[in-house]
Design a protein around this ligand. Structure first.
Ligand SMILES: Nc1ncnc2c1ncn2[C@@H]1O[C@H](COP(=O)(O)OP(=O)(O)O)[C@@H](O)[C@H]1O
Ligand SMILES: C[C@@](O)(CCOP(=O)(O)OP(=O)(O)O)CC(=O)O
Length: 486
């Protein structure tokens, strides 16, 4: 005990990237198929600071703040519960008259991670103060609050993290996966802060087992907070960065008791450690190996090309779309198998072509003709999927937008990423300033091919400042965030 005082003395900072599922939406929910996932350079940053306690008073409180949003302070008390139920986390009321604003992603992550830490280290968990800072592109900016020039300008400490003047649940998300990046960064920051480096280390020669346990714990917490089992590609991207992703078996998380319930701590530890670091005998059958597959070398962006996202100010509800697509698949098994199989083959061809172009360092006239053909083939099948399922995955208005973007000089082509619908689109473009400027100008003038019959309509389209980022979660220098820490 006390062996990790060095880590506790200082501050800890971690960041995790956002995501875009360039290809493999819906397919990736099934382990038989894969998704082509890119991490993005929009990150969520988490800084943990120790809280000085008055001598003799052992404070057991963790305060979490998200200073870019209004009313975004959450205070928690925590204590060990009985019967191996783990660490019970209780939100505290700042004052009796204030309504309790819950943040389920923060609360769930705290209870999962503190519980896991308590199974490794018997020493008490000291109080801390946590700050969350999100890169600006996670949320749409009302044009009145941030100007184009501000967006383009080199970030200064003051402009780096925009203040949104709304509570976080009212912020208009651009779909980059804020909750997965938050849960991953928060999990990593807590592990790095409270565990000794021999138990968890992100910096330098980051042992694969640290990242793997972080992944397992963040997936479990994110799943519990979301209340559904998605494919987990967003958490995988936050942990590992860009990759070809095959999901874990959904049943892995099924047997985990609720936080506080008997045996929660032991089962969670077995799930996270895959029983490799078992210290005391546990009942057989608890251990599970995560069977998800992350292949980082099967995904590349060629030199001279970049990924661009254009935010469509509209948005779709993913869960409803997923339900409908999967419902159709169940009722039309043979046809779905054919379509899923064809799409999987084309998605893989897309990944291979990107890797080939990156390896050959190709460029110049005609270099991207093959890529363009493959993307056209993927889009054709996505439209077939839309027509058959009745779900507007690539709605007509997005088809019009993608086609028009593809005609802008230097734009290779684009896709509706993830679940599709009326959300941001992803484009592959030649990475030259005049191409970006041309695209920006083009989008500014885009009126949108309204298609009311599909129940949605594209509003203003604007280019986000994000591009691909191959790197997953990483340790950061806490000093970088000094301006933002109170
Ligand atoms: N900067 C932030 N600070 C605090 N909580 C955040 C932040 N960003 C996202 N969240 C949490 O994540 C939730 C959004 O998650 P979700 O609806 O799954 O969207 P996404 O698709 O971006 O992950 C918010 O309601 C909030 O609880
Ligand atoms: C349908 C999916 O395969 C892809 C959804 O991708 P999005 O990027 O659209 O996801 P959200 O951020 O949750 O809206 C569901 C999944 O894989 O979980």
């Amino acid at each position: 005990m006390g062996s990790h005082s060095a880590a506790q003395a200082g501050e800890t900072a971690v960041s995790a990237p956002g995501k875009v599922l360039l290809a493999g939406g819906y397919l990736v929910l099934d382990r038989d198929y894969t998704g082509l996932v890119f991490g993005l350079d929009a990150r969520i940053h988490v800084v943990v600071q120790p809280v000085k306690t008055i001598e003799g008073v052992a404070l057991r409180e963790i305060t979490v703040k998200s200073p870019q949003f209004t009313d975004a302070t959450w205070e928690y008390g925590y204590s060990l519960s009985e019967l191996g139920g783990g660490i019970k986390v209780t939100q505290l009321r700042a004052s009796a008259s204030l309504a309790l604003q819950r943040n389920i992603f923060i609360e769930t992550t705290l209870s999962y991670v503190l519980t896991y830490i308590s199974t490794i280290s018997r020493s008490a968990i000291p109080a801390s103060s946590i700050t969350i800072l999100a890169d600006n592109d996670y949320y749409s900016h009302p044009s009145s609050t941030i100007t184009h020039d501000q967006r383009q300008a080199a970030p200064t400490p003051r402009s780096r993290f925009h203040t949104f003047h709304v509570p976080v649940h009212e912020a208009h998300k651009t779909g980059l996966g804020s909750s997965a990046a938050l849960v991953t960064a928060l999990t990593a920051a807590l592990l790095a802060h409270y565990l000794p480096p021999r138990r968890f280390r992100l910096a330098d020669q980051d042992p694969a087992s640290s990242r793997r346990r972080l992944h397992n714990l963040a997936q479990a917490a994110h799943c519990a907070a979301q209340g559904k089992v998605g494919s987990g590609f967003d958490v995988a991207a936050a942990v590992y960065g860009s990759c070809l992703y095959r999901r874990f078996s959904a049943g892995l998380l099924a047997g985990l008791p609720e936080p506080g319930a008997q045996g929660f701590a032991r089962r969670l530890a077995a799930l996270v450690d895959e029983e490799e670091e078992e210290e005391e005998p546990r009942g057989g059958g608890d251990g599970v190996a995560w069977d998800g597959v992350v292949e980082r070398d099967r995904v590349r962006i060629p030199r001279g090309v970049r990924l661009v996202m254009a935010d469509v100010d509209c948005g779709s509800q993913t869960p409803g779309m997923v339900k409908k697509v999967l419902g159709w698949r169940e009722g039309n098994a043979a046809e779905a198998r054919r379509l899923w199989g064809l799409l999987q083959a084309r998605n893989e061809a897309l990944a291979e072509e990107l890797v080939r172009l990156a390896a050959e360092d190709a460029g110049g006239a005609g270099a991207y003709d093959g890529l363009r053909r493959i993307i056209a083939g993927v889009r054709e099948l996505i439209r077939e999927m839309s027509a058959k399922t009745g779900v507007p995955i690539e709605p007509k208005s997005q088809t019009a937008l993608l086609d028009a973007c593809a005609a802008v000089p230097g734009v290779i082509d684009g896709l509706v990423p993830g679940a599709g619908g009326y959300d941001a689109i992803a484009l592959l473009v030649e990475d030259r300033e005049e191409v970006l400027e041309g695209l920006r100008e083009f989008l500014k003038g885009w009126e949108g091919g309204a298609s009311e019959e599909e129940g949605g309509k594209i509003g203003k389209v604007s280019m986000l400042g994000v591009r691909e980022d191959m790197e997953g979660v990483r340790a950061e220098d806490p000093a970088e965030y000094k301006e933002w820490l109170t």
